[in-house]
Structure formats: C-alpha cells, structure tokens
Ligand binder design. Sequence first.
Ligand code: GLA
Length: 400
Amino acid sequence: MPEDLEGTFRERYGVAPTHLARAPGRVNLIGEHIDYAGLPVFPMALQREVRIAFRPREDSLVLAATTEPSYAPCNFEISSEIEPYEDGDWGNYLKAAAQGMARAYGLERGFDAVIQSTVPVAAGLSSSSALVIASALALAGSSEFEVDPIELAELMAESEQYVGMRGGGMDQAISAGATRGCAARVDFAPLRLEPVPVPDDWRFVVAHSLVQAHKSGGAREGYNRRRGETEEALERVVAKLQLPVSEVRSYRDLLERVSGPKALAAAGECLEGDLLKRFRHVITEGARVIRAEIAMRGRSLTGFGILMNGSHASLAEDYEVSIPELDALVGIAREAGAVGARLTGAGMGGCIVALCAESKAAAVLEALTALYYGPRGRIDDLDDHLFVAEPAAGASVETM
Ligand code: GLA
C-alpha cells in the first residue's frame, strides 16, 4: 500500500487500514459510443488507478475521505434507497456502488476509508467507474463476500446510472475484468471479455486536452442526447426495413439480420441530418472494431492506426463529439510519427490516444510537450496529462 495513503488513514482514524481495494481507469482504443448500441468495443485498463484503503465497521456507515484535500469527506448510511448528494458531488459514485450492492446482495456493512486516485478526473479515462468498482469491492470485502468480476461489472454499470448518465457498460467491464498485458474485446448482453495481447513494441500515448468533460455537467447532457438520437435512428430504420420491433432492440440485433451496407442504405432513405450521421457513426465504428481486433492479433500497427484515424474522423464529423483541442492533439501526434490517433472516451473534452511504434514514442511525447503543453504553460504537471499507457490488470481487493 502506498505510504501516503496508509499515513492519511492512520492520521484520520488512529488505526491502520486492514484492506486495500484498487480499480484501474481505462483508455478505449477503439469502439466509441457504441457500447450502448449493444456493439463490441475495444478498451484497455491503465496503470492509473483508484485505491481505497479501508477498515470494515460494525455498522452500516460509510466514512470516506480522499488524499486530495479539495474533495470534502463523505459520510452516509448504506441502504437500498440512498438519497443522492447534490449533483456533481464525488460521493455520489460511492453511494451508487453502495445502493447497488445493498439491492443485489443485501450487503449493508460499512467501512472507514481513505481514497487515492492517480486517474486524471473528467479526462475520459473512467476515473468515476474506477471509483465505483473499487467502492463495490471495498463493500464486498467489508462483508467478506466474493463477487465475480463480470457479475460485478454488470451490476455496477446499472448502479452507476444513479449519477444520471445513461452510460453503456464498457468502463465498468474493463476496470473489473482486464487482463495484464492485454486489451480486450468487450461484448454485451451477456457481458464477455476476450483478452487480446498488446504487441510489446506498440505504444499507446495518452494526452489530455486540459478541457474537462464532467459526467455530471454539460458532457452528460451531450452524451444522453446522442444516445437518444441513436435510439430514434434505429427505430426508424427498423420500421423502414419492416423488421419486428419487439425483436430488434439494439444495433446488434439489427446487424444480426441485415448487413452493414444494407442498414446504411435503408438509413439513407429514411433518415437525414443528425440522425443519419449518428446512425452512420454507430454502424461504421462497429465495423472498425472487428477489423481492429484482427489488426492487433496480426500485429499490423499501421492497420490498427488507420482504423483509429477513421474512428476520430467519424466521431468528429458524424457524432460531433470532438473539439478543436482534441483535433489539435490528434494532428500533432500524427505529424510526429503516430500511425493513428483519436479522441478516447465520450469526447467533448478529455483525452486522445495515439498509437506509435516503440521507436517513435519519444518523438510523439516531445512533440506533444513542445507544441501543446509548452505554449499553455503546463510543463510542470506534465505527468498528469501525458503518459504512455501500460495495459494493467483488473480490479482487486486484498487484506493487509
Ligand atoms: C463513457 C461511457 C461509456 C461509453 C463511452 C463512449 O465513458 O461511460 O459507457 O459509452 O463514454 O464510448
């Protein structure tokens, strides 16, 4: 356990913590805004993680502070109906996990905790889902209860809706179920993770635009609106193709019945404007994920990079979730030798991910530093914004 985490715990509670739960953030390599359409996505867990040092209590209270003084401590009672804090309060992620664990398993034993996170917040790297998964594991650990990672991921994807964002299940799945050294193809309903080893001479560089995209702010509205648009577009195409509405409830159901090109042709006849663009993104991005998995298994660096570039163009033009800062980062990375670069996560702020050969990584990092962070006066805290992703293992809980 990191010394500062243990030290803060001792200072606060006067005893040592007995357990440590940890859950990684993630970088999505490809397959953006399609998990809620039921289509596979391709993320990787990060070495950046949320850690919770805790000690079970005898009652049902959760007392949690963080090592970051700007976050006020929280304190609440676990039950199957927990009143949320004010919108945007970080404690709502703990409450989301607690309410979910209470409803599913009747767990109501609380803990004293100190939380530390090395995942940048509101950066599109799933710091919030990492917090939810780590909190759920801390609750399970407090009751000496073991939960299967896939079951936990499914339950927490649903539980996190507590904060008002209608997310898909990608973030919780990779945080709970990742395999070290691997990315994973994540399939939904039922949830499955298929690990794919990342070739050891590939480097995924993550760079933050410095524009925050809060799940509880404007980014949430933009996200929910787009999800609604994809649903409406699907309904219209299903009607146009005269498919049974009760059976075709997701894009996956649709693509099990008609090919991508046929779906796009039908969309061209019954949709226009934003709905047509959103539909086109979902269908083409789904196809890119399938090809990306093949490219990684075949160690085709350039092939994977081209697909990432295609994904960014589609997210910028058809899904309209890029911003000038993300486009600038993508351009700098490609210019410096990345074979592909794209925004990662929900967009509208947050990070990009760029792929390059190991031999080009230093040049890509240097270019991003000199052309993006330098002019913005953000060299001092560079580690928080710019790093090479290392494919990490999924969440765990251990006793000290
Ligand atoms: C957020 C959501 C995910 C996913 C991505 C976009 O991270 O939590 O479920 O939809 O956005 O791909």
